[in-house]
Design a protein around this ligand. Structure first.
Ligand code: ATP
Ligand code: MG
Length: 417
């Protein structure tokens, strides 16, 4: 027996419904704020992610599905959406469009991870990017819109953590300071953190090791080292969130697994989720587009995991698909009646009715049971090429009609006469 590959899953029709609801909220909330949909390919050149996500990140170090495209070029199934969207922005010369250029996206992404609840190898993200605007209002807008989306999906127990990373220059200085501090406390750190001190010292804040956590509690914090204009930018973001009534916690230790962030950094988590509590996050990436070969262009965005939104979100009552009409051919051996039934269902759909044709060859009796199960309003039993019996399921009333009169009768309303 075949099974879905490890870390993947099937979206069955009953699961697809809530995803459809999510998408319509995204369209409403982000579309209403001037964000337009973009979709990029499922794979890109490996170099794009190495450069755009950062060579020292978990994603690039160990989570990429890379393969040879057959022509000696290394490709990677996209692990995230921001680098590809910036690539598209540059490739299509979108800097000529009125700025900012605002996108939303929804699609699947791939990371070679140890699968567990809320963590998959193929997973879905919804995200947005606002490119070409440096104003702190942009940062606050992105956060407010994501909060609105989580709220619309009924995501419970959300927490928002907020920080600012300042500029890369500030970070380089801070990084030296932090690296020095970590080396001075090497013996108290976990092996994993110690091994990565020089590669990615910020990750030490992420550690779940007790000894490391004790060291990090007294570590120098980047938030205390911000340059004046970065601190001012961050103050304004906070002020706007306060006005919008969005609650947040300042987290000087907030670290996200992507290297390209500058200034604002944020993450929503939910207490309704277990160990994988991150619902979605993002930040500002004012150097990324330049790093990918474009003009210096500021940008900010977020990505949120759809599985986690659905896990932490409210179950919405899902109405069954309406069925106006089930067409049953009384004697399917009768080829002309079968044709008439097929045509009746097709014409009913063209007239705007939700109409299905009985396809399994059930007996009339079990076809009526089936009609009950799928909640059909009417059943048309096609007797021969020209005549049909129309039964209203609620009342049980039934009448013989010309086959051509069935659709008009249903459209007229519930009275059969
Ligand atoms: P985590 O800490 O859970 O590994 P991350 O920092 O790698 O998350 P991002 O790269 O910021 O996550 O992606 C944004 C969101 O995408 C996450 O908050 C999460 O909801 C979702 N996500 C990330 N990786 C996965 C995955 N492997 N399976 C399902 N959802 C994921
Ligand atoms: Mg991760």
């Amino acid at each position: 027996m075949f099974q879905a590959p490890k870390g993947t899953y099937d979206v069955l029709p009953r699961d697809a419904e809530r995803r459809g609801i999510l998408k319509s909220h995204v369209q409403r909330i982000f579309g209403g704020a001037g964000y337009r949909r973009i979709e990029t390919p499922a794979f890109e050149s490996t170099e794009l992610f190495a450069r755009g996500v950062g060579a020292s990140t978990d994603i690039v170090q160990k989570e990429m599905y890379s393969f040879d495209d057959g022509g000696g070029r290394s490709m990677t199934l996209r692990p995230e959406g921001t680098a590809p969207i910036c690539r598209a922005y540059i490739e299509h010369g979108m800097h000529k469009l009125p700025l900012p250029v605002k996108f939303w996206y929804l699609g699947s992404f791939f990371r070679a991870e140890q699968p567990q609840k809320g963590r998959y190898r193929q997973f879905w993200q919804v995200g947005a990017e606002a490119i070409g605007a440096a104003a702190p209002e942009t940062d606050a807008e992105i956060i407010v819109l994501l909060a609105e989306l989580l709220d619309a999906m009924g995501v419970k127990g959300t927490r928002l953590r907020l920080a600012s990373l300042g500029t890369p220059e500030t970070r380089v200085e801070y990084r030296d300071e932090l690296t020095g501090y970590l080396h001075a406390h090497e013996s108290e750190l976990s092996d994993e953190v110690r091994a990565r001190i020089d590669l990615n010292p910020m990750r030490a804040f992420d550690s779940s090791d007790r000894g490391t956590q004790a060291v990090m509690a007294n570590a120098p914090k980047l938030l205390d080292r911000l340059a004046p204009d970065d601190a001012e930018h961050f103050d304004q973001v906070k002020r706007l969130l306060d006005v919008a009534g969005i609650r947040y916690e300042l987290d000087p230790a907030l670290v996200r697994g992507l290297d390209y962030y500058t200034r604002t950094l944020f993450e929503f988590s939910s207490d309704a989720l277990g160990a994988q509590s991150g619902v979605g996050g993002g930040g500002r990436y004012d150097r990324l587009i330049e790093q990918l070969g474009g003009q210096p262009t500021p940008g900010i965005g977020f990505a949120a995991g759809i599985e986690r939104i659905l896990l932490a979100g409210a179950e919405q009552p899902i109405a069954p698909d309406p069925v106006d009409l089930l067409v049953v051919v009384a004697d399917r051996e009768d080829r002309t009646a079968a044709v008439a039934g097929f045509e009746l269902a097709r014409e009913a759909r063209q007239a705007g009715l939700a109409a299905q044709l009985e396809l399994t060859g059930r007996s009339l009796k079990s076809a009526l049971k089936h009609a009950d199960r799928i909640n059909a309003r009417y059943v048309a039993i096609v007797n021969d090429q020209k005549s049909a019996t129309l039964k209203e399921m609620d009342s049980g009333e039934q009448h013989d009609l010309k086959a051509t009169g069935v659709i008009a009768t249903i459209l007229r309303g519930s009275r059969l006469a």
